[in-house]
Design a protein. Structure first.
Length: 257
């Protein structure tokens, strides 16, 4: 049934094919509703990035445009894509110790098979006061139903481990990973990574991304309805822990004792 709603530009293509990511850039350009969502996410990410010294790195830049909001941003992806500064693996960052002031990610963490290796690399490469800022899928009663029934990626909040078997660069995933690490297993995270403090977790956006169709499906609402749905979400903000589909998460590296 979901294939009927697939976007005609990317329908039938593997998510691991670099062409799919390139076409998603066109999808973003054609869908004003979705582009405004990304702009809102990027503004939330940009406001949490510390000032220099140090470079700001985006992992999984893909079809996005965060660099419009963060001057001097180093863009990167696991796939060779036009307009991306570097091809790299988030589990092995090619930066010196303390070289970065920020690592930014949008819908990327849950595609990293060995998230401990990424977190260890972030801890190493960030300067004191540097931050990891991410937008990730979030686990709530509402989102759990949607991700399990209407989204092609795996979503398993009951997974015992933080890892999952590697597949393709984008097809491997557990959409509940950020919730597992930073909410369910937060004490374990704090014990294993004591220098990466969870500065904030902000659940958000229960409806708009779904209604936009995302990058893989046709839109379900016209662009002109964006402001209406934003007002609806603001009115429901007190119930975000039950309804949110995403969260902005900020980790800050502490200074040495």
């Amino acid at each position: 049934m979901l294939r009927w709603f697939q976007h005609p530009l990317t329908g039938g293509l593997s998510v691991d094919d670099p062409r799919t990511t390139e076409l998603r850039r066109e999808v973003l350009a054609r869908k004003p509703f979705l582009r405004r969502i990304y702009r809102e996410w990027y503004e939330a990410v940009a406001e949490a990035i510390p000032p220099p010294p140090g470079d700001a790195l985006e992992i999984g830049s893909g079809a996005g445009f965060l660099r419009e909001h963060v001057p001097g941003l180093i863009t990167s992806d696991v796939l060779p894509l036009p307009g991306v500064s570097m091809v790299l693996d988030g589990e092995r960052l090619p930066f010196a110790d303390g070289a970065l002031r920020a690592i930014a990610m949008t819908n990327v963490l849950h595609h990293i098979p060995r998230v401990r290796e990424f977190l260890a690399e972030a801890d190493r490469a960030l300067r004191p006061g540097g931050a990891v800022v991410m937008v990730e899928p979030w686990n709530t009663p509402w989102s759990r139903f949607l991700y399990r029934h209407l989204h092609p990626e795996p979503f398993d909040p009951s997974a015992k481990e933080w890892e999952f078997p590697p597949r393709g660069p984008l097809s491997g995933a557990n959409g509940a990973l950020a919730w597992i690490v930073f909410r369910r297993d937060r004490r374990r995270f704090e014990k294993e990574f004591p220098r990466l403090a969870v500065a904030s977790v902000r659940p958000m956006m229960p409806f708009r991304y779904l209604l936009s169709g995302g990058v893989g499906y046709r839109k379900f609402m016209p662009g002109a309805s964006f402001d209406f749905w934003r007002r609806v979400e603001r009115a429901l903000d007190r119930w975000r822990d039950a309804l949110a589909m995403f969260a902005r998460i900020v980790l800050v590296k502490s200074a040495p004792m």
